[in-house]
Design a protein around this ligand. Structure first.
Ligand code: PLP
Length: 405
């Protein structure tokens, strides 16, 4: 994964004590999001799943390309509402508390993804204290889409027993409730499904078709107009092959075909990882190179307490080396001699590994390393407090006025 010139320049200019640092290329993010938007038909709304990376600068950079943001907690609702004032929010996630619900009602959340009957009652209860308020609801369903499309998923949130969403017959029960007095303040607009993460375009399309087919039958059964179906996120990102990107063009074409069969329907998608993964880098330097029982280990400043992604997913984080010419010390400079190295962090656990036995010929102490694909589920899913190392720097590069943060 080669860094952009903007990122490389900035990473080379930082002092050692300013490392590690997260560097974000905002023009790259804007261009990528615009390309995704352009590949989608007009009747597909694009939401960004904020949990992938809620940095305000990224939320703001996406604003021009997305129709809204998917939030999964009270904290995210308040945070996104403050970072991108006035943006449409879709509120999902299991286990919404009464306080989160009341606050999200106050914020005027655009769509509620209702995960259970309990939650429907809770939402109705909150609304009863705000007479006249009406909210728009999608029922989050956990559909048995069948074997096949979900087989390749990295994570499955549906199609099997999970705490997410409603089983089909419970969705029927919710529709019946919404046809009664609850329907006065809760408007049923359609369905939502986020069944898996890590699907490539053909599998994503197959899932979307099955979700829409099921939703059409559901709406017919309850004599509802089906206005919207949110088919979720989970578009694949391949850490082993950064150049192998989700095929947005094929996906957009397939969705266009699907919409052609359903005039009047609006589709919505809510990717997280596939929007922001490529715009972030974790920059650091090699503190030490050690030869241990026949293998080389390069110990870098920082580690998985800042970038947990490779440890949680079990992959090697792609990286490139920025060689640093000078060595100011009177003692010998350590270097990789076997051609390969395991890039480990500063934590006292063998799990603190960013890349294993990776090609690293000539890597030396003092060289800089840029880990790519660090723009999603990176800093914000990591266990920052473990071992009490300093936090990384954050640099939001905009290409013209330099960096902020
Ligand atoms: C996490 C999540 C997403 C985004 O998933 P990605 O794999 O980042 O695209 C979308 N919708 C829901 C409901 C989620 O929980």
């Amino acid at each position: 994964m080669t860094a952009t010139p903007l990122v490389r320049r900035h990473a080379a200019a930082l002092a050692p004590d300013e490392l590690p640092a997260y560097l974000y290329d905002l023009p790259l993010l804007r261009a990528h999001a615009a390309a995704v938007r352009a590949a989608l038909p007009g009747r597909v709304e694009l939401y960004y799943a904020a949990k992938a990376n809620p940095e305000p600068a990224l939320l703001a950079a996406l604003r021009g390309a997305v129709d809204g943001y998917e939030v999964s907690s009270g904290g995210e609702s308040a945070h996104v509402a403050a970072a991108v004032p006035g943006a449409a929010l879709a509120f999902g996630g299991p286990g919404k508390t009464p306080a989160e619900i009341a606050e999200a009602v106050r914020l005027g959340v655009h769509r509620w993804h209702v995960e259970s009957e309990q939650e429907l009652y809770r939402l109705a209860d909150a609304l009863a204290r705000t007479p006249g308020a009406v909210v728009d609801v999608l029922l989050r369903v956990n559909l048995p889409v069948g074997a096949g499309p979900l087989d390749s998923a990295a994570l499955a949130m549906g199609g099997r027993p999970t705490p997410f969403g409603l089983d089909p017959e419970r969705a029927d029960a919710c529709a019946a409730l919404l046809a009664g007095p609850l329907g006065r303040q809760l408007r049923l607009r359609g369905t939502h499904a986020h069944l898996a993460s890590g699907l490539r375009a053909p599998a994503q399309l197959e899932v979307a078709e099955r979700v829409v087919d099921w939703s059409v039958r559901f709406a017919r059964r309850h004599r509802l107009p089906l206005e919207e179906v949110n088919v979720g996120g989970g578009m694949a990102v391949d850490y082993a092959d950064p150049a192998d990107r989700f095929d947005w063009t094929a996906f957009g074409t397939g969705l266009e075909r699907l919409l052609g069969r359903h005039p009047g329907l609006t589709l919505r998608i809510e990717p997280g990882r596939a929007l922001t993964a490529y715009c972030g880098w974790y920059a650091t330097e090699v503190l030490d190179v050690k030869h241990s029982h026949g293998e080389d280990f390069a110990v870098v400043r920082g580690g998985t307490h800042h970038l947990r992604t490779p440890a949680t997913r079990g992959h090697d984080q792609p990286f490139e080396v920025l060689p640093v010419a000078g060595w100011k010390h009177p003692w010998p400079r350590p270097a990789v001699t076997t051609g390969r190295a395991t890039l480990a962090g500063q934590l006292c656990t063998p799990k603190d590994v960013l890349a294993s036995r990776a090609p690293a010929a000539g890597l030396r102490g003092g060289d800089r390393v840029l880990f790519g694909m660090a723009g999603a589920y990176a800093w914000n899913i990591s266990h920052h407090e473990f071992l009490m190392h300093p936090r990384p720097g954050f640099h939001f590069l905009d290409g013209t006025a330099g960096a902020t943060g």
